[in-house]
Unconditional design. Structure first.
Length: 368
């Protein structure tokens, strides 16, 4: 019996985005199971640092060491687990990992994520299909993406995201008498539509003048969002934290009365899972994979995208109906149990075993 060895290809923090956090967490969990894991980081720092400021040069400076790392790692491990997303991330990082692994005779598990898969698979079909056909298995974190891939002719298996219940727990902060404390835990990028959160918060403040909003994340729209907060006359009640690590995020959840997710496109947002694990009621747009993750009125309140009035009304309803907030909190805590490592682990190891067994001559692998 040989020890299972995996080349885990994906981004790592910083920044602490959803895929980067999942890659880091998965590497630690696999190592704790006795698996030999070699990470190949797709967002490694530029060396030399000045090269990252020059377009064209920076791509070359990052990609050449990345390809070399893929080649070396493929020679040492039994399989590749590739964290993949849409757009240039697929073309520059996922596709090369697939082809290099195949050249080295190693099976590949594609772990595809991201709510923009439908449009990407349609637009880039000619470029994606040759690489996708060379993957030994494609896993996705939600039934939503399973259906999307099915429409494009790809068979997938669902292996959900993992939430760490030791870090994100339901130990709540002490009660308070002030207005609702709201939290947004998405980066400051267009697809997350944090502007709607600000507009909804302004409406909540009309009823609860002492309400507060924390926006935890970094991104290119910070100055624009700060200007909007000032325009709405809510700047004094809004805190932009910038980048926050996992430990810091857990503390923010524990001090929140509701978490707002205003995304326009989504798959299986980790922030929603983390909020559920922390006992925080969720108000989210009903886009993409979100309705596969939570049920309106049962484990969350769902509203249409770009609808600040509907989002504000949902928050006001939570504030006015403590029994509803308690029901959502309890149901969310039950729901999130299926996303623990203990629940996800058997599915993931079954995929690994299947792709290795399908390769003739693969030695037996010890199952942790």
């Amino acid at each position: 019996m040989t020890q299972l060895s995996i080349g885990l290809v994906g981004p790592l923090p910083p920044p602490s985005g959803g895929m980067a956090n999942q890659t880091l967490q998965l590497a630690a969990l696999l190592r704790a199971e006795g698996v030999h894991v070699e990470t190949v980081q797709v967002n490694a720092a530029y060396r030399p640092a000045w090269a990252g400021r020059i377009k064209g040069v920076r791509a070359l400076v990052r990609l050449l060491p990345y390809f070399a790392a893929l080649w070396r790692t493929a020679g040492r491990v039994q399989l590749f687990h590739v964290m993949a997303n849409s757009g240039w991330s697929w073309h520059l990082f996922a596709a090369p990992a697939i082809w290099i692994a195949r050249l080295r005779g190693k099976p590949v598990v594609i772990n595809y994520r991201g709510g923009e898969a439908d449009g990407f698979l349609a637009r880039a079909r000619r470029w994606v299909r040759p690489s996708m056909r060379r993957a030994d298995a494609v896993i996705v974190p939600s039934g939503f993406l399973e259906a999307v891939f099915g429409r494009h002719g790809y068979a997938t298996q669902v292996v959900p995201n993992i939430v760490n219940l030791e870090r994100f727990s339901s130990d709540r902060a002490a009660g308070h008498d002030a207005g609702p404390r709201l939290l947004v835990a998405r980066n400051l990028e267009p697809i997350y539509d944090n502007a709607t959160a600000l507009r909804a918060f302004a409406l909540v403040r009309e009823r609860h003048p002492s309400a507060t909003l924390v926006i935890a994340g970094s991104g290119p729209l910070r100055a624009e969002l700060e200007a909007l907060a000032a325009q709405l006359d809510i700047a004094a009640a809004v805190t932009f934290t910038g980048r926050v690590d996992n430990a810091g995020m857990a503390a923010l959840y524990r001090n929140a009365d509701a978490m707002l997710n205003c995304s326009l496109v989504d798959n299986m947002p980790n922030s929603v899972l983390e909020a559920l694990a922390c006992g925080v009621p969720v108000v989210s747009t009903n886009v993409g994979g979100v309705p596969y993750l939570v049920e309106d009125g049962s484990t969350a309140l769902l509203v249409p995208p770009q609808a600040p009035r509907a989002m504000a009304d949902a928050v006001l309803r939570l504030a006015a109906e403590p029994a509803l907030a308690a029901r959502l909190r309890d149901a969310g805590l039950r729901q999130v149990q299926q996303y623990t490592w203990a629940s996800v682990r058997p599915r993931l190891f079954a995929v690994y075993q299947d792709v290795l067994a399908a390769r003739r001559g693969t030695p037996a692998v010890s199952q942790p």
